[in-house]
Write a protein that binds this ligand. Structure first.
Ligand SMILES: [Ca+2]
Ligand SMILES: [Ca+2]
Length: 250
């Protein structure tokens, strides 16, 4: 009797573990990390979106709010420089300053289509001097969901030093000027704001770009410190050229 009970228990335990394993596997598939450690623009496997890419269907139309952080000269404070098509030039940008942020309007809204849905353009002159920012999206302009991010570097990046696109995922500024960092709204399917219904990835009217102070004080989405060229002055922080829509609602 005892042996039979043990046998039944063993079978039950095995079934329990199997069901658990299947459930976990399904959960993982439903919640992709979306991490993208692709190499620099022009290299095989790069995900960089050229500013002339035929997938681009629109650009930000209005600056809704702006908070420029420290160490920005006035010439870099023109919000108009973040609107319309990317120029891919060093000068046609809005500098966010240390920890600054900007909210851009999209009309019509961006929607979650197949693959990347938006792309953020910075003005880096090369593939390694990469200033980084978080990207967040909102349907109502009140509640924002932040894209999952991962930064692999482990050492501070000096003012004139560099790092590598293959260390960077889910953060704007991964690619040099003229090439946007793509972001896929499907990567937010498991974000609490999306699960709870306060952000609708079928209708994203607002995109917020948040400069990362690159001295290691700011963690990525997994809790690891983020480094980028620091300190910089004059046009400190993320230099936003433009944000493109790759899929529009309607
Ligand atoms: Ca998508
Ligand atoms: Ca621009």
């Amino acid at each position: 009797m005892l042996a039979r009970c043990q046998h039944v228990c063993a079978v039950a335990l095995a079934l329990f573990l199997l069901v658990g394993l299947v459930a976990c596997t399904v959960e993982e598939e439903a919640c992709p990390t979306g991490f993208d450690f692709a190499p620099a623009a022009g290299e095989p496997g790069s995900t960089a979106v050229a500013m002339s890419d035929s997938r681009i269907v629109g650009w930000a139309t209005e600056v809704v709010s702006l908070a420029i952080g420290e160490s920005v000269d006035e010439e870099w404070m023109d919000p108009q420089q973040a609107l319309g098509p990317a120029e891919g030039t060093p000068g046609n940008v809005l500098a966010l300053g240390r920890g600054g942020h900007v909210v851009l309007l999209f009309d019509p809204p961006i929607t979650d289509g197949d693959g990347a849905d938006l792309a953020v353009f910075e003005n880096s002159l090369n593939d390694t001097f990469l200033e980084l920012a978080f990207v967040e999206v909102s349907s109502d302009g009140e509640t924002f969901a932040r894209f999952p991010s991962y930064y692999k570097g482990t050492e501070p990046v000096g003012t004139y030093a560099g790092h590598d696109p293959t260390w960077i995922s889910g953060l704007a500024g991964k690619y040099r000027g003229g090439f946007g960092t793509p972001l896929d709204l499907a990567d937010l399917d498991c974000a609490p704001e999306v699960v709870g219904g306060s952000v609708d990835t079928a209708s994203i009217s607002f995109v917020r770009i948040v400069d990362i102070i690159g001295d290691g004080q700011t963690p990525d989405g997994t809790g690891r410190p983020i480094y980028d060229p620091y300190p910089t002055v004059g046009s400190a922080g993320f230099d936003l050229d433009a944000v493109a829509a790759l899929h529009e609602a309607g």
